[in-house]
Design a protein around this ligand. Structure first.
Ligand code: B12
Ligand code: SF4
Length: 525
């Protein structure tokens, strides 16, 4: 075997292709803004930073650039990995690398949850890279041909390195991702990330985060930064210091960035954190609502959501300049025939425009999956992807277990919810509600180039939606009211309107697929 630890080893890191059918891929919005994909693969950029300086690295994002033979010919070793939706692609990359006689290292969430599926990989990383890549490099040094690496300890984020942001062209992406913490202190039964990253929030230090921001700034990036943490605000104490520091850092650089992050719904009770987040230019927040039913929330162990008024919660975020998007699912145990209607009402009343509604998917390794297997409602834990276009997420392949409520009823409710919330009149009603309630602080300063780009996007959105029979009247009415009553909300409102072309297409595609599933069930009965 070639000495892979030699200077000049050529390492190709491949981010596998992801289907445009994934709800969170928004190709329409990417096209509108000239981007090719939502965010760069932060996992691979982080792994890249852990590899020897003497290696030559190339990152190939197959969602941005077509993967070709010459890429494999160039490489001495290939690194790849990702999530369940990328399973078939990862397996195909392993096969292609082997055809070219190259060694492959595989890691990421799906290989960590289902290592048995990736047996063909030469080296397999199970879990996080920070404490396993050194073990892999030691074995490469010793000439070992294969290996599986895992660690019972979770790495301290205080030792984490700055991801190699320089390996991607930021112009190819809608936003850049940054990570502050791993792990989440809550215990939702269906959650797969607590199984991999643990139930303790492990934050980086404030200095580390500022260093990462400075790196992006020095690389010339400006605009939206998405904190990819599952629960950015999980460590209530340290996040306050970080938010103060980000506000200070941003002020001294004329606010080059604004931020998006994930939270839990009970953040609405933390007035001080909300104010600090607003001052630091946090403008988009997402969280899991899951279901409107308290009893169902209790069963799924989502205690932090119990007995809360969602419209009140959303108002709190709007008052602090934050647009909320939320995810919900159908198919939980304990749901009734009234759940779907309550869901639609809740979304309309709270004005959550981007509502990511799916059907429950039991992921490998979760408490939910273990319970379903013990109750005889799921055969085994392995999830094998069959169709790379369709078998991609909880929108297309959820309910992978025996449901308590008749499956036909859940699927019909799913169709009804999607059709209702993404009907033009209802979507625009929610956008208007959000736009009127939003108190935008407006410190963020786009560069002249970005202002021009935003203006062009605005014109494109007006042209596309404003002259369509479906949305024309609604668009002009919404813009007119916003300009009259809350002009500072024009930018987020335009973003939500731009997002509609994707959400509408995706909802109708999902409705079509769900109808096919219903027809198939009918034929069986
Ligand atoms: C940011 C994010 C996104 C972003 C960007 C995704 C991207 N392509 O980079 C957006 C919003 C676009 C997105 C979309 C989707 N996402 Co997403 N996303 C996340 C999130 C919140 C953070 C991922 C991240 O960047 N982490 C930070 C990096 C540093 O950590 P990491 O990737 O885990 O990497 C570490 C290790 O895993 C390992 N590692 C990772 N890769 C590799 C590779 C090699 C070779 C090696 C050795 C090691 C290794 O080392 C790293 C350092 O320790 C996760 C939740 C989570 N905690 O994982 C969900 C998550 C990954 N997403 C998920 C899903 C389902 C999706 C969608 C399918 C949703 C949808 N319905 O459309 C789409 C897929 C489309 C897409 N574009 O990828 C699920 C995946 C479930 C699963 N097990 O398969 C997660 C876990 C959310 C959840 N709670 O269920 N997502
Ligand atoms: S709050 Fe989110 S990240 Fe935390 S356990 Fe629940 S689903 Fe998982």
């Amino acid at each position: 075997m070639k000495n892979l630890m030699a200077a000049g080893t050529k390492c190709l890191l491949i981010h596998p292709w992801v289907s445009k059918n994934c709800l969170l891929n928004y190709p329409e919005v990417c096209t509108l803004t000239g981007a090719k994909f939502p965010t760069p693969p932060l996992g691979l950029l982080t792994i890249a930073a852990l590899l020897p300086d003497k290696w030559e690295l190339k990152l190939l994002d197959a969602n941005v650039e077509t993967m070709r033979e010459h890429h494999f010919e160039w490489a001495d070793i290939v690194f790849t990995g990702g999530i369940l939706s990328q399973q078939l692609e990862i397996l195909s990359i392993i096969a292609q690398a082997h055809t070219h006689g190259k060694k492959v290292v595989v890691g990421g969430l799906d290989p960590s949850a289902q290592p048995q599926i990736y047996k063909e990989a030469d080296y397999l990383i199970v879990g996080e890279g920070e404490n396993t890549i050194p073990l892999l490099l030691r074995d490469l040094e010793n000439g070992l041909e294969t290996g599986v690496y895992s660690s019972s300890e979770k790495p301290e984020m205080r030792d984490a390195v700055v991801p190699r942001f320089d390996l991607v062209r930021h112009q190819d992406y809608l936003m850049m991702g940054l990570q502050y913490t791993r792990g989440c202190p809550y215990n939702c039964e269906f959650c797969n990330v607590i199984e991999v990253f643990g139930r303790k929030s492990r934050p980086k230090t404030t200095q580390q985060v500022l260093k990462e921001l400075q790196t992006l700034y020095d690389l010339g990036y400006r605009g939206r930064i998405f904190f990819v943490d599952d629960n950015f605000f999980g460590d209530r104490q340290s996040v306050k210091d970080l938010l103060r520091a980000i506000a200070e850092w941003s002020r001294s650089r004329r606010y080059p960035f604004f931020f998006a992050a994930s939270a839990t719904i009970n953040l609405a009770d933390e007035e001080e954190i909300l104010s600090l987040a607003q001052a630091a230019e946090f403008r988009y927040i997402n969280f899991g609502i899951e279901t409107p039913d308290n009893a169902v929330l209790d069963t799924m162990q989502k205690k932090q959501n119990l007995n809360r008024s969602i419209p009140e919660t959303i108002r709190k975020f709007s008052e602090h300049g934050m647009v909320v998007d939320a995810s919900l699912n159908l198919g939980f145990d304990g749901e009734t025939e009234r759940t779907a209607d309550s869901m639609i009402r809740l979304l309309q009343e709270s004005g959550i425009s981007m509502a990511l509604v799916g059907t429950l998917f039991a992921l490998p390794g979760t408490q939910l999956t273990k319970r379903l297997i013990s109750e005889g409602r799921m055969k085994d834990e392995s999830i094998v992807q069959k169709d790379r276009e369709l078998d991609v997420d909880h929108m297309t392949s959820g309910l992978n277990f025996s449901t308590l409520r008749p499956r036909e009823e859940i699927l019909q409710d799913y169709i009804n919810v999607l059709a209702a919330i993404y009907a033009p009149v209802n979507y625009y009603e929610r956008v208007l509600r959000t736009g009127l309630a939003l108190k935008v602080s407006g410190n963020y300063r786009p560069t002249p180039n970005m202002l021009l780009k935003n203006f062009i996007v605005f014109l494109k959105v007006c042209y596309k939606a404003g002259f369509s029979r479906k949305t024309g009247k609604l668009l002009w009415k919404t813009l007119f009211i916003i300009l009259l009553k809350n002009p500072r909300a024009l930018e987020p409102v335009t973003s939500l309107i731009a997002m509609y072309s994707h959400l509408y297409r995706n909802a109708h595609q999902t409705i079509g697929l769900t109808k096919k599933k219903l027809d198939a069930l009918e034929q069986l009965s």
